[in-house]
Design a protein around this ligand. Structure first.
Ligand SMILES: [Mg+2]
Ligand SMILES: [Zn+2]
Length: 199
């Protein structure tokens, strides 16, 4: 069994441009290359877990996602990082495109994509981490039995901290997230302060 870092894409790995499928507009978030290189060297698989409701809404097609995926792989390869997987949910309960308009198991905050990746790639979820910029990512990770880190970069605005949405750790950026994963977790007091600040 292997261990993985499950990574939200928009606002976590790349700068969030809502419903963007244009590869030219894809830019890595700060510190992502360095952070992922360290995590990969420590034996973690790197797997993208992304909601792409823009497909259900009819903003772009699944073909366009291939272009996004290729560009992300390319940008990370230039940083010396190889992604091990890319999972996305094309659905939305209120989508315009019939085939994708449904309540599904995969859309975060549901844990379906993590379960699927774990099954296909033989990943031990309890030794893996979900990292994202909103609490939907955290809920998906928690419900899958992973450890979780919220990148607090301003993208979460509601702070609905019901029990299964509480992050295990809050980090300023991907580098801080990687440092936490690779450390013994001695930032705990600081961390609990950050969580209570948001209550
Ligand atoms: Mg995001
Ligand atoms: Zn789905």
């Amino acid at each position: 069994m292997r261990k993985a870092i499950f990574l939200d894409k928009d606002g976590t790995l790349i700068v969030d441009v809502p419903y963007n499928a244009d590869p030219a507009k894809i830019v890595l978030e700060r510190g992502v290359g360095t952070a992922l290189k360290r995590l990969s060297a420590a034996g973690y698989m790197l797997i993208v877990i992304s909601n792409q409701a823009g497909i259900a809404h009819g903003f772009f097609t699944e073909d366009a996602i291939q272009g996004v995926q290729d560009k992300l792989y390319e940008l990370l390869l230039m940083e010396g990082v190889k992604l091990d997987g890319f999972y996305y949910c094309p659905h939305h309960p209120a989508g315009k495109i019939k085939a994708y308009s449904k309540i599904c198991e995969c859309r975060k905050p549901g844990p379906g994509m993590l379960f699927k990746a774990a099954r296909q790639l033989r990943i031990k979820l309890s030794q893996s981490w979900m990292v994202g910029d909103i609490l939907h990512d955290i809920e998906a990770g928690n419900r899958a039995g992973c450890q979780t880190i919220l990148i607090d970069n301003g993208n979460e605005t509601e702070w609905d901290m019901r029990l299964d949405r509480i992050p295990g750790f809050i980090a300023d950026d991907m580098e801080a997230a990687a440092a936490h994963i690779l450390s013994t977790g001695n930032n705990l007091a600081y961390e609990q302060q950050r969580i209570s600040d948001h209550r």
